[in-house]
Design a protein around this ligand. Structure first.
Ligand SMILES: [Zn+2]
Length: 287
């Protein structure tokens, strides 16, 4: 299996992006595994601090590692939206390949100094680990928002360059038009998120880093494709999976009101999540 860095280098050479999918529990993980088996495409499995708390940071890593050993599938593990040095160190010790360190709500200077500390500490535990830094603010919570988040601040190429230089991060997530979560109209496919493509290209050039797009759910397909051409190498999808999980369960309950076997009910969630993962992975790799 390639290292995550090798997979990113290959994606860069062929102008593709790796799909990043969040999980809270095993049905969603199994859905990602189903699609990885079927498509032979690599995927990043992400758990934010809340998701790690529910699954167990080390337990999720143990499950992903055991699937990988048995199947040879290219599944990489990301400690998504990690807010403290302590939880970054825990992820590095637990065998995560990537840490998204997120101090983007702090003032720029503080974000730089905290991120720099995490880069040094995590790499001293696990030298090959990759660290992603976050600048700009795209709202919090992979959930349904009634109105657009007013606090979204787009990243300038110059601050991205300064941040990359000062922190020595391996990847960077700039704010370029997405937000975490979705709006009701996006669920119905009536509105989509749109990205600032020239800004992505400028940030990519200014930093010479691989860029990550957070809050991918609800983005127009064409914007995804153009963002990948401009330098996006990892795309996060979470809310769409959570909605598929919920809809799958609702359909399972509706189909048989008396059913109470968890694996029977959750099978529906698993297949609906797999549909989202398959569509996104195919689009991101254009295969
Ligand atoms: Zn995110």
């Amino acid at each position: 299996m390639r290292t995550l860095l090798q997979a990113l280098n290959d994606a860069n050479a062929s102008k593709q992006a790796l799909g990043h999918f969040n999980i809270s529990e095993i049905a969603a993980l199994n859905a990602i595994v189903d699609v990885a088996r079927e498509t032979h495409l690599p995927a990043i499995v992400g758990l934010s601090e809340g998701e790690r708390k529910f699954f167990g940071a080390r337990q999720a890593a143990a499950v992903v590692h055991s699937i990988r050993e048995e199947s040879g599938l290219e599944l990489y593990l990301d400690a998504d939206h990690t807010h403290t040095l302590q939880s970054a160190e825990e992820a590095a010790r637990s065998g995560y390949e990537l840490i998204v360190f997120d101090a983007s709500e702090k003032p720029f200077e503080e974000n730089v100094s905290l991120t720099k500390k995490v880069v040094e500490a995590a790499k001293s535990i696990r030298p090959e680990i990759l660290i992603e830094g976050e600048i700009g603010f795209i709202g919090s919570g992979s959930q349904l928002h009634e109105t657009p988040q007013a606090t979204v601040v787009l990243t300038s190429p110059e601050e991205a360059r300064q941040f990359a230089e000062a922190t020595r991060v391996d990847l960077l997530s700039p704010a370029v038009g997405t937000m975490h979560g979705m709006l009701p109209g996006m669920l119905r496919g009536e509105v989509h998120k749109h990205l600032d493509i020239p800004r992505i290209a400028e940030i990519s050039k200014a930093t010479q880093l691989y860029l990550t797009l957070h809050g991918g759910s609800g983005t127009a397909d064409d914007d995804f494709v153009r963002s990948i051409e401009a330098g996006i190498r990892i795309i996060h999808v979470n809310t769409e999976l959570r909605i598929a999980w919920r809809r799958g369960l609702e359909a399972a309950f509706a189909a048989n009101a008396k059913e109470f076997v968890p694996y029977t009910l959750l099978a529906r969630a698993r297949s609906q999540i797999a549909d989202v993962v398959r569509n996104r992975l195919r689009l991101f790799s254009r295969s």
